[in-house]
Design a protein around this ligand. Sequence first.
Ligand SMILES: NC(=O)c1ccc[n+]([C@@H]2O[C@H](COP(=O)([O-])OP(=O)(O)OC[C@H]3O[C@@H](n4cnc5c(N)ncnc54)[C@H](OP(=O)(O)O)[C@@H]3O)[C@@H](O)[C@H]2O)c1
Length: 288
Amino acid sequence: METKQLGKTGIFTSVIGLGGMPMSIYNRPPEAESIQVIHRALDLGVTFIDTADSYCKDESDKHHNEKLIHKALASYQGDASQVIVATKGGLMRPDGNWVRNGNPEHLRQTIRASFEALGGNKPIDVWQYHAPDTQYTIEESLAPVKEAVDAGLIRFVGVSNFSVEQIQRARDVVDIVSVQNQYSPWQRQPESDGVLQYCEQEELTFLPWSPFGGSRRHQGLQNIPAIAQLAKAKGVSVYCIVLAWLRSKSPCILPIPGASKISSIEDSVRAVDIKLSEAEVQKIDQAT
Ligand SMILES: NC(=O)c1ccc[n+]([C@@H]2O[C@H](COP(=O)([O-])OP(=O)(O)OC[C@H]3O[C@@H](n4cnc5c(N)ncnc54)[C@H](OP(=O)(O)O)[C@@H]3O)[C@@H](O)[C@H]2O)c1
C-alpha cells in the first residue's frame, strides 16, 4: 500500500484509511464480523483508522468503536504496531442524537476514557476535537487537550468541522496535524471555503468525512452519470472513482471510507491504483 506523511509528523500511513463509524452505530454488525473487517483492512495495508468516543448507539454505549478497534488490533495475527488510530471527542449521544459538548471538563474526562478504551498503554495517536461548540471558545475547549498532550495522553491533535479561522485559533493553543471536514461529490465546500487550500499550504492532512455521502446516500453515486460511466469504462466501482477523484484534489487528502463489510474495504483500497486525468476530474466536477 502506498503511504503518505501525516501532517509534518514524520509518520507515514496508508493513503486510504478506514472509517469506523458504520461498525458502531445503528444496524451495526455483530462484533466478530466487525473485527474481521478491521483485520481485512490491516491485511490490505490500511494503517490509518478513524474513530470517535461517540461512535456508539447512545450514551450508555459510549466508546464502543474505540474498544472494538482496540480489540481488533490486539487480536491481529500480523504486525499492527504501525497503525495510527485517530479518535475524537466533543459530541454526546443522548438517546442516539448527536449533541456538541466542548465543556473543558467533559473533554478532559472523555480524553482519559478514550485513552483507556484504546488500551491505556500508550498515548492516543491522534485526538480530534469533533466539532466546535459555540458555548465555549476554541481556546477554552482546547486547553485540556494541550494539557493531555503535555501529560503524554495524546500524541497528535486534529480538528474536525472547523473553518480556516477556527483552525488558526486552534493552532495558537496546540499543534494541529489534521483537519477532518465533510467532502464528497454531494458536499464540496472544502474546495471553496479555503480549508483545503489552507491544509495543503500548511501541510496539514485533510481527512474528508463521509466521502460517499454516508450510509444513507452512498447508493446514489450510481445515479451520477459522469461517475457511473467512468466506473464502467475503467472496470471499477463508483466508490473507487470517488476516492480517486478526492485524491486528485490535493496531495494532503487522506480519505477515510466507512465500512462494515469486508467487501466494502476490499473494494475501496483498490482506488489506490486509479489515477484520473484532468479531463476526467473536470467531468465529475461539472456533474456534482
Ligand atoms: N468528523 C465528523 O463529523 C464525521 C462525520 C461522519 C463520518 N465521519 C468519519 O468518516 C468516515 C466515513 O464516513 P461514513 O462512514 O459516514 O460514510 P461513507 O464513507 O461516505 O459511506 C460509508 C458507507 O458506504 C458503504 N461503502 C463504503 N465503501 C464501499 C465500497 N467500496 N463498495 C460498496 N459500499 C461501500 C459502506 O457500506 P457497508 O457499511 O455495507 O460496508 C458504508 O455504509 C466515518 O466512518 C467516520 O469515521 C466523521
